[in-house]
Design a protein around this ligand. Structure first.
Ligand code: SAJ
Length: 454
């Protein structure tokens, strides 16, 4: 009975959809559901976020404010901090953070808080879908008992599923509606209603048999990236010892039209996904007495890259008979990847901290990050402002290190005015030689070959 009623409400768009967590995952999802014709109750604990949304302003780069304004005005989208409003909903998607604690163990506090918020107003006929990236077993171990303690039979009275988020902030091609959505229900009926719900606003829905399978799909996707990025990084370290240009090797390998996927070395990995997600799987497997050797090794290699880059800076200064201690170093690009403004887990923060621990005077320039906010958790004691990338600033630096290669930066000007540039992203490869000596991730001794890099 409940299943058919819910399916009908989804089909005729009379279902009211709840979204818990209105961040880079939840807000785009809430907008997609509302644009598909559902009334959406967006819940967030932040008064600021809710106030901005109710005023028609989006705080998420990929969600235009005009869309929020129109949906709020039409009554299809309401943002609230009142948990009781979730009692009005027929389906709820949970999109709250799943960070790591200092020991790199899962921090489930946000999911548990969302669970308790939902429990307070849960009723028969509801579908609950967890979207936050987490270890396999979370949906069945943390959410199902709550529903059963309320007297509900999962799969009959209420429905429960996991559906991994695949939001790639700033991606110009893929967004919530056109990125295939994996869904795994606790029972076939759960999978059926969750599939019906997401099919109402997402082009392709991929049902799998269990929530554990869906939880693992996400972890496989991002562990795959972490391991392959680590391979590219270790290739850079090996090429540096071999005196071979790692970028040349990777570019040439990428000409293989099959059986190879290009990843590039860099200063390490940042963001809220790749550095964290594999550790959710590693943690779960530790509870089953299994050591995830590849995840642990990839994490070890990736996390040593900031030190590898700092060593390059030290060698570059040494080449000018300068010590790091007292040197002025300009870090160019601090976001965790190009053309975005997010510095979470950015290796640039580690590089800045390491350089300053050796006595360097560090400044940074990032056109997307005007201020790095104080963050004691990441060793950022106080706010610091981006400096201008002027010829004067470049000439004042004893070394410039390119950590994030934002496309809009004038790298020709950098090599024309700086004395030495450590290029951790291959951003200077095609430039006209300027004043600066270029130090690459993998150092190639000067040889009589065409295009050798110094
Ligand atoms: N990185 C490298 N070399 C590479 C690729 C990435 O050093 O070849 C670094 C980046 O600079 C960054 C970190 O790794 O610091 C992560 O980069 P990413 O490209 O994986 O970007 P993310 O963290 O935004 O990952 C997201 C993920 N999306 C979701 O989890 C929903 C990931 O699954 C996507 O594949 C990725 O975006 C993407 O393709 O852009």
């Amino acid at each position: 009975m409940n299943k058919d009623v819910l399916l009908k409400k989804i089909e005729d768009r009379s279902a009211v959809i709840g979204v818990v967590g209105l961040g880079y995952v939840g807000l785009p999802l809430a907008v997609e559901f509302a644009q598909a014709g559902f009334k959406v109750v967006g819940f967030d604990v932040s008064e600021r976020v809710v106030g901005e949304l109710q005023a028609g302003r989006s705080h998420i780069q990929d969600v235009p404010s005009i869309d929020v304004e129109q949906l709020v005005k039409s009554g299809l989208l309401v943002a609230t901090t009142d948990p009781a409003r979730l009692g009005e909903t027929d389906a709820i998607s949970i999109a709250v953070p799943t960070p790591l604690v200092k020991t790199r163990d899962p921090d489930m506090s946000y999911v548990l808080a969302a669970r308790d918020t939902i429990a307070a107003s849960a009723h028969a006929g509801q579908l609950i879908v967890l979207e936050s990236t987490t270890y396999p077993g979370t949906t069945r171990e943390l959410l199902q008992p709550m529903m059963e303690e309320l007297g509900f039979v999962v799969g009959e009275d209420v429905f429960l599923a996991f559906s991994p988020e695949r939001v790639d902030p700033g991606n110009p091609v893929y967004h919530t509606k056109n990125t295939p959505k994996v869904v795994g229900g606790v029972t076939p009926a759960c999978t059926e209603v969750a599939t019906a719900l997401y099919s109402a606003c997402i082009d392709t829905v991929v049902p799998v048999s269990t929530p554990e399978a869906a939880e693992l799909v996400k972890l496989l996707e991002n562990t795959f990236r972490s391991i392959n990025i680590a391979l590219a990084n270790e290739m850079a370290i090996m090429c540096d010892r071999l005196g071979v240009d790692v970028w040349e090797v990777i570019e040439a390998a990428a000409t293989k039209p099959f059986g190879f996927m290009k990843f590039t070395p860099g200063p390490g990995i940042g963001g809220h996904c790749i550095p964290l997600d594999p550790h959710y799987l590693a943690w779960k497997m530790r509870t089953l007495n299994y050591k995830t050797r590849m995840i642990d090794l990839a994490s070890e290699i990736n996390s040593q890259m900031p030190a590898f880059v700092v060593e390059k800076v030290m060698l570059a200064l040494n080449g000018d008979r300068k010590a790091v201690n007292g040197a002025r170093v300009l870090v160019l690009g601090v976001a965790y990847k190009r053309d975005i403004n997010d510095v979470r887990e950015s290796p640039a923060l580690d590089i800045i901290r390491l350089l300053e621990s050796y006595g360097a005077e560090v400044v940074y320039h990032d056109p997307f990050v005007p201020v790095i906010r104080a963050d004691p958790h990441h060793g950022v004691a106080t706010d610091r402002d981006s400096v201008s990338l002027s010829a004067t600033e470049l000439a004042k630096a004893d070394a410039v290190v390119i950590v994030t290669d934002h496309r809009e930066v004038d790298y020709q000007s950098v090599v024309d005015h700086a004395s030495v540039v450590v290029d951790a992203r291959n951003a200077t490869r095609t430039l006209t030689p300027g004043k600066a000596r270029i130090v690459s991730l993998s150092q190639v001794p000067v040889r009589e070959t065409s295009g050798a890099r110094v």
